[in-house]
Design a protein around this ligand. Structure first.
Ligand SMILES: Cc1cc2nc3c(=O)[nH]c(=O)nc-3n(C[C@H](O)[C@H](O)[C@H](O)COP(=O)(O)O)c2cc1C
Length: 309
């Protein structure tokens, strides 16, 4: 019973994930070999890097800076573009029966639709809309991520053309995140992914007397964002019926159980890979099983969730 891995397998939007752990967008999901390596080491669902219409070089280095409690990144959405990105997904999915989420990013609805049509023709299992960009504003200067109207518009347009389930990935850097979650659900989103990076934040090198990141500021992730991610997931879970991928600051089994208790169906593990290495997935899986044994839970869905607000 103790090590029976089927106990932590999760059904998600009609697909079976061998474990509850998800590789979030932007972390090792750029190539088929990275996807394979992640899956072989205990990850249940893999998300590609956010793919755009054209390849993007991203910002010049340094693009990652660590600090006590987490890290900042200003990658600038570097990616090989939708064609090459999907070729990697297809290569992986040709050989492995492991669900893949294709993350896409655009600044217009038309481009989101074109990207979705391309994903339709791929072997990707889900499409995730990266709706977390702080740099795209509407006529009032409101970032896309903060506008429930814009988020709903994009989700419902994509739902009209997508042949696979649609996941809305949302930003924590807004007021009224729960309203944006309910707007995404009402627009037809099949699931939510919460949260993208927090901030942006900044670090200064006092010896070089300059900002550590080339771009000065970057999105914050890792252990320091966990309380914000848990709050976002719990509040959304209290209001929506669709499943949630809880992502943000999970680096051990107890963190993962917290995320499940907050209401997540699956748990993203991103920045923890930088600190803990690829073995972190298996470690977290084992820790979840140990927790389940300690409290007598047969399967992962027996782990209780907090009472809704
Ligand atoms: C280096 C790096 C690159 C990222 N790239 C993306 C991306 O391309 N698209 C996206 O939606 N999120 C991206 N993220 C955000 C993560 O997917 C995740 O939501 C966030 O880091 C919080 O989870 P964590 O604390 O487990 O890392 C990136 C994060 C990091 C650290």
């Amino acid at each position: 019973m103790k090590n029976d891995r089927s106990r932590i397998s999760v059904e998600f939007l009609g697909k079976r994930a061998a474990t509850p752990l998800v590789l979030p967008a932007g972390i090792m999901g750029m190539t088929w070999s990275g996807m394979k390596y992640t899956w072989e080491n205990g990850c249940g669902i893999i998300t590609s890097k956010s793919l755009t219409m054209e390849p993007r070089k991203g910002h010049a280095g340094p693009v990652i800076a660590e600090f006590e409690g987490g890290m900042l990144n200003c990658m600038g959405l570097c990616n090989p573009g939708i064609e090459e990105g999907l070729a990697e997904v297809n290569e992986f999915r040709k050989f492995y029966e492991v669900p893949v989420i294709v993350s896409i990013f655009a600044t217009t609805i038309d481009d989101f639709l074109t990207l979705t049509q391309k994903v339709n023709e791929s072997r990707g299992d889900f499409v995730e809309l990266n709706l977390s960009c702080p740099n795209v504003s509407d006529e009032y200067g409101l970032p896309l991520a903060a506008s429930k109207i814009k988020v709903a518009e994009i989700v419902s347009a994509v739902k009209m053309v997508s042949k696979i389930p649609v996941i809305a990935k949302l930003s924590p850097n807004v007021s009224g995140l729960t309203e944006i979650c309910t707007a995404a659900e009402a627009a037809g989103a099949d699931a939510l992914c919460l949260i993208n990076t927090l901030g942006p934040g900044m670090l200064i090198d006092i010896d070089l007397q300059r900002s550590v990141l080339s771009n000065r500021t970057g999105g914050m992730s890792g252990p320091c964002v966990k309380p914000v991610a848990l709050r976002a997931v719990f509040e959304a879970y209290s209001r929506v019926k669709i499943p949630i991928i809880g992502t943000g600051g999970v680096s051990n089994g107890r963190d993962a159980v917290e995320m499940l208790m907050a209401g997540a169906s699956l748990v993203g593990v991103g920045s923890a890979l930088y600190e803990g290495g690829i073995g972190i997935f298996e470690q977290i899986n084992q820790d979840i099983l140990t927790y389940m044994d300690q409290y007598g839970y047969g399967t992962i869905t027996d782990i209780p969730r907090l009472e809704k607000m």
